[in-house]
Design a protein. Structure first.
Length: 130
């Protein structure tokens, strides 16, 4: 999977399609429909349209195998999540992470496990950057 120079604009529905493909690939459009239908009802045509959009955006690639197309991601889930997170923090919090975490803390949305994981991450960052 290649690095992408800029984050493509991916709609919520396109992300749902991409998310099930990241789970296991290569995959046919029928398999994507079946996986999506485990969550909520999807129509074949809708999924095929979304697959076409993701191919056009160079987020998905495909290979023709006999009479079927096998789809695979062109970007890693982790890379997309990293770029999406950077964009989100930059847009809403002017690039600062502390207000984001404070917002969760103020809403009592952080569990003890979340706090422990954040502490461990900060400690690892400090050890690496000292």
């Amino acid at each position: 999977m290649a690095d992408i120079p800029s984050k493509p604009e991916i709609s919520s529905a396109e992300f749902d399609v991409l998310d099930v493909i990241w789970d296991d690939f290569p995959v046919t459009s029928s398999e994507v429909v079946n996986r999506l239908n485990e969550r909520k009802p999807w129509h074949d045509k809708t999924v095929k349209t979304l697959l076409g959009r993701l191919v056009k955006k160079q987020v998905l690639g495909f290979e023709k195998h006999q009479r079927q197309y096998l789809y695979h991601p062109l970007i890693a889930r982790e890379l997309y999540a990293e770029k999406e997170t950077q964009h989100f923090v930059s847009r809403l919090f002017k690039g600062k992470v502390a207000p984001l975490v404070a917002g969760f803390a103020n809403q009592n949305s952080l569990s003890k496990q979340d706090v422990d994981e954040l502490k461990a991450f900060i400690e690892a960052w400090e050890d690496k950057n000292d």
